[in-house]
Design a protein around this ligand. Sequence first.
Ligand code: SAH
Ligand code: SF4
Ligand code: F3S
Length: 448
Amino acid sequence: MDLLTNKQYCLITYGCQMNSSDSERYAGQLEELGYTMTEDAELADVILMNTCCVRETAEDKVLGKIGEFKHLKARNNDLIIAVTGCMAQEWQERLFKRAPHLDLVIGTHNIHKLIDLIKEREEKRGHALATDMDGNVFYDIPTRRFQKFFAWVPIMNGCNKFCTYCIVPYVRGREVSRPLEEIVEEVRNLADEGYKEITLLGQNVNSYGLDFKDGTDFSALLYAVEEIDGIERVRYMTSHPKDMTFAMVDAIAQCSKVVTHLHLPVQSGSTELLKKMNRGYSAEHYLELIEYVREKIPDVALTTDLIVGFPGETEDMFQDTLKLLKKVRYDMAYTFIYSPRTGTPAATMGNQVPQEVKSDRLRRLMAVQNEISLACNKEMEGRDYEVIVEGPTKNDENHWFGRTSGNKMIIWENDGALAVGDTVPVHVDKGQTWVLKGHTLKQEAHIG
Ligand code: SAH
Ligand code: SF4
Ligand code: F3S
């Protein structure tokens, strides 16, 4: 390729796995147009920020980044800057007012329009907005997968739950499932290309297929994907305690490829607060569900999401959350400070919790959870686990890592005997709060 005419794009992704998956379809379209990827925004002809607005901190990060790119545009007027994803959907034309140096604002139902919009911008400059929400999200468009053995597979878009704190239903729209056959076909193709692990993605995977009204549900999808040769592991995210049925737990337990990791966001341990959050379950029901999961999937690793400082949260309610944490003993928890989102019901509820109380609760919550995480990981010491090798760790070429079925990261010193994508047993020597240290048994055999 002639280097002088080589057009480059820089892609920056924020937010959840859904956004990571969407980014692969943005990258695919740019590569279809002849662009190659660069990590360096200074070298890029197109900068695309795929954004999140779930909390104010997420938005602030994006606004900061948009500001940083102003000088690049001033230096090179040919540069195309695009903002896509949930924050683009929320802000729409307000983003151009705030940052006139942007060229494109593309919402969550318009991913497939990037090719045409870039082509237009290559001809002539000017703002373009594509944020109509018609419920159609296209998946069958050029996709550049970022990993070789692990693949995201979106199974639905949107959310119908309207938890009172959450902006996602407003920026992703109503739930629309992808046809089961289309998903199975994609997973088959991935298997043929050598992919070993897939993650089925949706805001609430447990309500997958219900919109077809023909009996299709998440269990049916799991059974169908289970049959596909070459795929070793099936992950899924995110589950919702209201829609996750006992029958679904049975299906997960029966499908040998479906992982022993369940991410089941509880948000709070107080039934009263769960009601105000519109979560649709009680703390008691949640605990029953967990008990059933542990009975059916004995080795299960459990993770969750928790919010502190939701409007009206009292110290007693917060104590209920701590109690639930100690009862369930999660392997890991993502903990968030409640962030008011304009347009959501909770933003205007009375009894907003002061910032210093929120921060203090977060600190206490994390302290309790870290202790539990460490204890869970210590229990893994001395046991062997199968991992799929992901490669060197970020900071050290000689240390490689892989994940267990339970999604635990194990790090070992690499002697060159393993390749990325190998499935190998590892022995855990030391459990820490966030990671485990071990050695691979293949290496042991190799050395011996
Ligand atoms: N669909 C998933 C995840 C959605 S967003 C689910 O229902 O679990 C991921 C997490 O962000 C949520 O689980 C919640 O814990 C957190 N979150 C969402 N809105 C928030 C807000 N306004 N403030 C703080 N945390 C929030
Ligand atoms: Fe947001 Fe609730 Fe939907 Fe999850 S289930 S995306 S928290 S509204
Ligand atoms: Fe953020 Fe949108 Fe995901 S708001 S969490 S990127 S669905």
